[in-house]
Design a binder for this molecule. Structure first.
Ligand code: MLT
Length: 261
């Protein structure tokens, strides 16, 4: 797995496939491995660049709160290091929050958006308190508490047991400090309405029809904000459409990418 050094810390990433660069950002509390079907068989027409966010997977943790802006800056620094002037930028859930933050930071680097099982809305006060409670719980009791709480809500009931088991393993292997830092970071994110309504490029919004974390209504909010955005609702999938229905996910992204080349 290649890596770049950003301010003295290692950021690991996968770089697979050929075509339009596509910075693809993972969700919470996972790692680049959570794109395993796409890494094993890349999307036609795309070069997938898939970092481990700071503290996750093999990447070093940076002390402090992992704000969505900080993760976005890591993504931009990775594009700089790879000498990629602009890319499709997209992500799953927290990766979508980072995508929106990156678009706010530097819209000229974003050729197109792919917003997957995510939302543009910020947390309300109760949500922010839950994030802090999660951070403290994981610091005290380890990653298992987050895996236990999240697994039943992440995947549709019909999701095969082996996928559930791998997602569970992945969450449990994440660093408690990285999970706490990202949980606190998600609490600080702002509403993405302004930036999405200004975005002028192509946009694909993907959501699992059974996603209970960021359900189709939240996907529709983003579709309504971005002029010309396309919506793909993936049947028999929950919050991790790329793992639960990888072939439908692939087909949707390949249709989108083929129009950009
Ligand atoms: C994720 O999948 O990244 C998280 O569920 C996002 C969130 O907790 O808002």
């Amino acid at each position: 797995m290649p890596r770049v050094t950003i301010s003295g810390r290692a950021l690991h990433y996968e770089d697979v496939g050929q075509g339009v660069p596509f910075l693809l950002l993972h969700g919470f509390p996972l790692g680049s491995e959570s794109f395993w079907p796409q890494l094993e068989r890349p999307i036609a027409g795309a070069r997938l660049i898939v970092p481990d966010h700071r503290g996750f997977g093999k990447s070093d943790l940076v002390p402090g709160v992992s704000t969505m802006e900080a993760l976005a800056d890591d993504g931009l620094a990775l594009l700089d290091a790879l000498q990629i002037p602009s890319a499709i930028v997209g992500g799953v859930s927290m990766g979508g929050y980072v995508t929106i933050a990156l678009t706010r930071r530097d819209p000229g680097r974003v050729k197109a958006l792919v917003l997957i099982d995510t939302q543009s809305l910020a947390d309300d006060d109760a949500g922010k308190q839950r994030r802090e409670a999660v951070a403290q719980d994981v610091e005290k009791n380890g990653a298992g508490v987050v895996a236990e709480a999240m697994l039943p809500r992440l995947l549709a009931p019909e999701c095969p047991a082996e996928i559930k088991a791998r997602v569970d393993r992945l969450m449990r292997s994440s660093s408690p400090a990285a999970i706490a830092a990202a949980s606190r970071g998600m609490a600080t994110r702002t509403d993405g309405k302004d930036i999405l309504s200004r975005f002028g490029g192509p946009c694909l919004v993907i959501v699992g029809e059974k996603d209970v974390i960021t359900p189709p209504e939240k996907a529709q909010v983003m579709v309504d904000l971005v002029k010309g955005a396309q919506l793909e609702v993936i049947p028999n999938a929950g919050h991790l459409t790329n793992l639960e229905q990888p072939e439908l996910f692939r087909a949707a992204v390949e249709r989108f990418v083929s129009k950009l080349a």
